[in-house]
Write a protein that binds this ligand. Structure first.
Ligand code: ACO
Length: 318
């Protein structure tokens, strides 16, 4: 599989650290030195679907393809307003995509876009294009009374158009089930006359043990990047760009040091975007592409980690 175009979308409102310091006991200095974040986009009306539709339109226009030739839509998200219909199905409707299509969502939290690409490579129909997205409206599940998490997250969407190709493509993934370190609860069950009421339900807002996630993130990023480079038969020194989940600049710096790779080869836009979960890798890829950073033939490793716990990495050639 080969990516032929990228696109992204974000809400207009940029919420700076200084704006947070007016409503919370925090400071630009604390947030920036701990995370690398200065501002993030926050929805004032956008949804995961509205942002996904704009990102998809941008990617379709950049590819210059006929949307009737899209045969697969995979959307990674944990913030759709519905359990069903999926975002991918709603995009089929809103973008006017053909009905003879395979359309579904992937829930792998911040690794979701990596999982979506890995799955799509197996499913993309010959002679058709795949539309692959990560889209998150995290502000709808953020606990704005918890200063240790609310300053981290932003909203946005990223998309790519991919086609079947013999170009090198390698995917590694992992999952380590854990509902304590990072979770977002579902709605409590509706009262059921045949069952006793549930004793408790997990919170519907995002909960995270920051230090637990930090340790997990560095461990699995180093492991999955090494593994995918080895599958591709490449030394890390041969990789042009590393585009990783933008959760915390210190996680990326730590992983780069352990991998022995200069930090300049790790693309970072966390300063202005914050952590957009499944959207962060495709947004970063689009920004790198839009600024002329990607050239045909470049070796690229994408890597993600997040709730589940999940992780994954992809090697591809641009
Ligand atoms: N402003 C000021 N002080 C704060 C803030 C804040 N926004 N948040 C926490 N603090 C305080 C704490 O209350 C604590 O104070 P105390 O010592 O008086 O108790 C102190 O700062 C230190 O808190 P820690 O939680 O130990 O801070 P840490 O250095 O671990 O940084 C952070 C927290 C930034 C969350 C870090 O652990 C981290 O980045 N972890 C990874 C998180 C991550 O990447 N998550 C995303 C991956 S999964 C996904 O994307 C959904």
């Amino acid at each position: 599989m080969k990516i032929i175009s990228t696109g992204s979308a974000a809400p207009e409102l940029a919420v700076t650290n200084e704006m947070f310091s007016r409503v919370l006991d925090t400071s630009d200095e604390w947030i920036f030195t701990r995370t690398g974040i200065r501002s993030r986009r926050i929805s004032t009306g956008d949804t995961a679907l509205s942002m996904a539709a704009r990102a998809a339109e941008n990617a379709i226009a950049a590819a210059g393809i006929d949307r009737a030739e899209i045969g697969l839509v995979v959307c990674a998200s944990v913030t759709n307003e519905y359990l069903t219909p999926s975002l991918a199905c709603l995009l089929q409707r809103d973008l006017g995509l053909p009905e003879s299509i395979l359309a579904f969502d992937v829930n792998a939290a911040c690794s979701g876009f990596i999982y979506a690409l890995g799955i799509a490579q197996q499913l993309i129909p010959a002679g058709k294009y795949a539309l692959l997205l990560g889209s998150e409206h995290l502000s709808r599940v953020t606990d704005y009374s918890d200063r240790s998490t609310c300053v981290l997250f932003g909203d946005g969407s990223g998309a790519v158009i991919a086609e079947k190709s013999d170009a090198p493509f390698h995917f590694v993934s992992g999952a380590r089930g854990d509902s304590g370190v990072l979770y977002i609860g579902a709605s409590p069950p509706s009262p059921n006359p045949f069952a006793p009421p549930p004793e408790s339900s997990p919170s519907k807002l995002l909960h995270m043990d920051g230090q637990g996630v930090f340790r997990f993130a560095v461990e699995v990023m180093v492991k999955s990047v090494r593994e995918v480079a080895s599958r591709a038969g490449k030394a890390l020194g041969e990789i042009t760009h590393f585009v990783c989940h933008q959760a915390n600049s210190r996680i990326i710096e730590n992983a780069a040091t352990r991998l022995g790779v200069p930090l300049e080869r790790f693309f970072m836009n966390i300063e202005t975007r914050g952590n957009t979960s499944a959207a962060s890798v495709p947004i970063a890829l689009d920004e790198l592409n839009a600024t002329g950073g990607l050239r045909r033939g470049d070796s690229v490793i994408l890597a993600g980690f997040g709730g589940g716990l999940t992780y994954g990495a992809i090697y591809l050639e641009w």
